[in-house]
Ligand binder design. Structure first.
Ligand code: ADP
Length: 411
């Protein structure tokens, strides 16, 4: 059921209950009031009847009068039908009000014809009832128009929203200047659209960058396969070279895919105690097999964190240090941080702001043809944020770079 109908029916229901209750209270109190007045009026005549001696007072001739069971006056011919001593009695189409008073051993009953009064009350009640029904119909119409008027801005918002899709995510809703919940709703939807647009753009750029990054190695692989087909069978040297190039390319693509998976869906966080020095030593041992560098490791700490995530952070920083260092890499572990310093080319000021962006590769990597896809530091950044750690970089061009991961006192 549409909201406008729900609101209309609810309002009409409330108004109907109110009108009908008022009508009922009015009808009942009017009926009781008039009958009481009539009863009081009639009672006053019993006094006259009590005092009667000799001739009947003229006023009493209009009433049915019974004294001590003997009918004295019966202008309506109701004597045999009166079965009550008090209250209203209906005989045929007529209504009679009976009152009885007892004093000493005298019992006097009077009955008056109140048919015009009862009919009058009923006619008034009928009129009041019809007015109430008209009131209810009117309130239904007013409730409908008011609900439609108040819900129109929501309908407009819904219509505007239905026109927004992937291709026009930059569209924003018109915010009604009504200073109420609707204005708040439209503002909130607009800021949500802003966030969705941002996320959508990042995703779009990500997909674009990934396909772009995959294009080059795939083209190279195709090239090497062509070489293999043409000369591989005849020339063993060419065969070996092409195969090792293909291996290298496949390894690079594997790393890229792993990193992409990591960015798309980071693993679950499992807290454990990490012996930082031991971890650094293990990682460096592996890196030394690719590039022999002077390495120093200072300090140690037992850190309570997600081991898997922390390992990826340290691995990426050490890999970079090994990629860019000239001759040595220094690692310093304290109670609150881990520092990786190399004596490489450093990072320029312009690059400094961008190195944590996905797929950004700085001057140092381009000039020196270092392998990589510009994903390492963006992974480091995301994971440190996830672990509640901070990352700092200090670098001087031509002298070297220090990356510092800070986990604070409590970790
Ligand atoms: P990649 O190293 O694969 O290019 P990263 O995201 O790890 O990607 O790094 C982004 C860029 O930051 C690199 O291209 C490089 O220019 C710069 N960079 C990172 N680490 C260092 C470092 N230790 N020394 C100099 N430049 C660095």
């Amino acid at each position: 059921m549409k909201l406008v109908w729900k609101l209309t029916l609810f309002n009409t229901f409330i108004v109907s209950i109110t009108i009908l209750s008022l009508f009922w209270i009015f009808y009942k109190s009017m009926e009781r009031g008039l009958l009481k007045a009539q009863q009081y009026h009639l009672k006053s005549f019993t006094k006259a009847a009590e005092a009667k001696v000799g001739r009947w007072p003229i006023a009493l001739r209009r009433f049915f009068v019974k004294i001590n069971g003997v009918i004295i006056n019966d202008p309506f011919g109701i004597g045999p039908y009166l079965d009550k001593e008090e209250g209203i009695v209906k005989i045929g189409d007529e209504y009679f009000l009976v009152v009885t008073s007892r004093k000493e051993n005298k019992e006097i009953s009077l009955a008056a014809n109140i048919t015009p009064l009862v009919k009058g009350i009923n006619a008034m009640a009928k009129a009041a009832f019809i007015t109430s029904i008209l009131g209810i119909i009117l309130s239904f119409l007013i409730a409908f128009l008011l609900s439609r008027y108040s819900l129109r801005p929501i309908k407009n918002l819904a219509e505007e929203l239905s026109k927004i899709g992937g291709e026009n995510l930059n569209t924003r809703l018109n915010v009604p200047r009504t200073n109420d919940e609707l204005q708040q709703l439209a503002t909130e939807i607009n800021s949500m659209l802003e966030r969705i647009e941002k996320a959508y753009k990042i995703q779009e750029r990500f997909v674009h960058d990934v396909s772009h990054e995959l294009r080059n190695p795939l083209a190279s692989m195709k090239g090497f396969i062509g070489v293999l087909k043409k000369w591989g069978k005849k020339d063993e040297k060419i065969f070996d070279e092409a195969v090792s190039e293909l291996e290298e390319l496949i390894h690079e693509m594997q790393t890229l895919v792993e990193n992409l998976l990591l960015l798309a869906k980071p693993q679950e966080m499992l807290l454990e105690t990490v012996e930082v020095k031991k971890l650094v030593e293990e990682l460096i041992k592996r890196l030394q097999t690719q590039r022999k560098l002077e390495v120093s490791i200072e300090g140690d700490h037992e850190l309570r964190t997600s081991g898997e995530h922390f390992k990826i952070i340290v691995k990426n920083l050490l890999e970079n240090a090994f990629k860019y260092a000239k001759s040595h890499v220094d690692v310093k572990i304290t109670k609150t941080s881990l520092e990786v310093t190399d004596d490489g080319p450093g990072i320029s000021k312009e690059d400094m702001d961008k190195i944590f962006e996905r797929f950004y590769r700085g001057d140092t990597s381009r000039d020196r043809r270092v392998s990589g896809y510009g994903l390492g530091l963006s992974i480091v950044k995301e994971l440190t944020e996830k672990l509640g750690m901070d990352i700092e970089v200090e670098s001087e061009e031509g002298k070297g770079t220090t990356f510092r991961i800070i986990w604070g006192e409590n970790a």
